[in-house]
Design a protein around this ligand. Structure first.
Ligand SMILES: C[S@@+](CC[C@H](N)C(=O)[O-])C[C@H]1O[C@@H](n2cnc3c(N)ncnc32)[C@H](O)[C@@H]1O
Length: 520
């Protein structure tokens, strides 16, 4: 398979391993609404934020959507689009070294993206999907990079979004580039069909289970005038007007649907009528998801959403939330987590919250935004606005100290549950099933083995029998008798005084903190 090479690649291919694990702090004052809704906004460089989140979410994310800087060379906007932000410049200098001075902006962009994509891969559920927005500047390199990291065989599509409504007549080449791409890799997407469990029969309709379907069209009035007309309910007389892109059915077909009692009329005249779609008629009608996404949605729709929430152009080029909603429906089922590590104005969170409300299901989001002004003043404000509307909430988090200090010792600020989460993840590659409780040395089981942690935050770095962070014969006997686990045990502690033969007999592997905690 062809791979991509660029100046600085060698320095970054394994860099994700060297990124320190940090603590994550929740800021109650900046969090909004229900803290247990499962939604997070993390302010920080996504490289460090992703590493910090990994022990909790590895393999658990169903859908990743990212919209990284497109590297167009723009500098005057709210955020830097050309990887020349101070944070990324200094990061490149540190990681790539002297060579970084000679990198072209494309090399720099690839250096920036590679370790972040490597970490993102660790989050993805085996059936999960990653969507990446990009334009012509970097699409070629990015697609090869994604093939290299996620696997060529997991390529789903290079979707096209017509983002510009009107042609650009000022280009030097004469070509008006009116589209962007969304690259998709991973397991299969859902397609435009519906799953059977979405069909219910709340009104005992004799035609059986049904689900509500959209009736909004996709054509302008000029293109399909026969689909543009005001729709009026014959029962209530409410006139619901006509959507901007018309209806899906012409007047004749609509009249037939009305006579067959297939239309769901909202009580509010501002609502949008929908159709009853019956399972019996729908079976085996699953269709492919078109590679042309967001038809009828343009960049200006995203901008309009920002203007409406903030009363000004607080963020440039935000994606329309309806575009992200289309992707979420494809990539994330009920209960799934969606991760966006280049959150910008928070469109992904906005889309998740509103799509949940309309589907009456519960997906959760994790957003990361590096900029210390954008995250609290734009992303959080937008999420608060939508959360308050739909009755949800999110936790606002920042990155804390590294788990290990410069000498490799556990940082004294690290609590028992934080270290337990980290140890469990490093031992198993999976997130800890339940937040650990300092009262229990058993922090979790995985497949056939049980994992234990002996730690006393007051005596970090000092092996002390009195502090309880040393595996002694007495502690071992207590552990063996306190649970009826029959498989192998792995015990992490600062020290061990039990002879090897006794450990072997008990089926126990001792691992010393911090040296034998081996993360990704
Ligand atoms: C193109 S914008 C995303 C726009 C977003 N999709 C929206 O609709 O608002 C990219 C965002 O990524 C952020 N960003 C860039 N590098 C980052 C990094 N290393 N970690 C986290 N965020 C980063 C920028 O500050 C910017 O807000």
């Amino acid at each position: 398979m062809p791979t991509l090479d660029w100046i600085g690649k060698k320095a970054v291919v394994n860099h994700h391993r060297d990124v320190p694990y940090r603590l994550i702090h929740c800021d109650k004052d900046k969090s909004v609404g229900d803290p247990d809704a499962g939604n997070l906004l993390v302010q920080g460089d996504n490289l460090e934020a992703l590493k910090a989140l990994l022990p909790y979410y590895a393999g658990k994310v169903k859908c990743i959507y990212i919209d990284p800087p497109y590297n167009t060379g723009e500098q005057g906007w709210v955020y830097n689009d050309n990887v020349n932000s101070l944070e990324i410049q200094s990061w490149l200098g540190r990681i790539v070294g002297k060579e970084a001075e000679d990198l072209s902006r494309h090399d720099k962009w690839l250096c920036m993206m590679y370790p972040r994509l490597r970490l993102l891969k660790e989050f993805l559920d085996p059936d999960g999907v990653i969507f990446v927005s990009i334009d012509d500047e970097e699409v070629v390199g990015l697609r090869i990079l994604l093939s290299e990291i996620f696997g060529k065989s997991r390529f789903i599509g290079q979707f096209v979004w017509k983002s510009r409504q009107n042609k650009d007549n000022r280009t030097v080449t004469g070509a008006s580039i009116d589209h962007e791409y969304v690259l998709a890799f991973g397991g299969a997407i859902r397609g435009d069909g519906r799953k059977e469990d979405q069909f219910k029969n709340p009104d005992d309709d004799v035609r059986g289970p049904w689900t509500s379907g959209n009736m909004v069209g996709i054509a302008t009035k000029d293109a399909r005038p026969n689909l543009h007309y005001p729709l009026v309910s014959p029962q209530s007389g409410i006139d619901y007007g006509c959507p901007q892109m018309g209806w899906r059915f012409d007047r004749k077909r609509m009249a037939q649907m009305i006579s067959e009692n297939r239309i769901l009329w909202p009580p509010d005249p501002g609502g949008r009528p929908r159709q009853k779609v019956f399972l019996d008629e729908f079976k085996n009608k699953f269709t492919g998801f078109s590679s042309i996404v967001g038809a009828g949605l343009f960049t200006r729709d995203g901008t309009k959403e920002i203007d409406e929430i903030f009363g000004e152009r607080a963020f440039p080029f935000a994606k329309p939330s309806a575009l992200i909603r289309q992707l979420i429906i494809q990539g994330c089922p009920d209960g799934g987590i969606i991760l966006d590590s280049f959150a910008g104005s928070g469109t992904t969170g906005h889309a998740v919250l509103e799509q949940n409300q309309s589907d009456k299901i519960n997906r959760q989001f994790i957003l990361v935004e590096m900029d210390s002004l954008i995250a609290p003043q734009i992303t959080a404000k937008r999420l608060a606005h939508i959360s308050n509307k739909v009755g949800s909430g999110f936790r606002y988090c920042t990155l804390g100290e590294p788990l290990f200090d410069a000498d490799g010792n556990v940082n004294s600020a690290v609590s028992f549950p934080d270290l337990a989460a980290h140890v469990f993840f490093c031992e198993t590659g999976s997130p800890i099933p339940k937040r650990a409780d300092a009262a229990s040395r058993l922090i979790g089981t995985f497949q056939d083995r049980a994992i234990y942690l002996l730690q006393n935050p007051a005596s970090v770095g000092v092996a002390s029998e009195k502090a309880g962070n040393v595996l002694t014969l007495k502690t071992l006997e207590a552990i063996l008798s306190e649970d009826n686990f029959t498989g192998p045990r792995v015990i992490y502690a600062e020290g061990c005084t039990v002879p090897d033969a006794r450990l072997d007999k008990a089926g126990v592997t001792f691992k010393q903190i911090p040296y034998q905690i081996e993360g990704l």
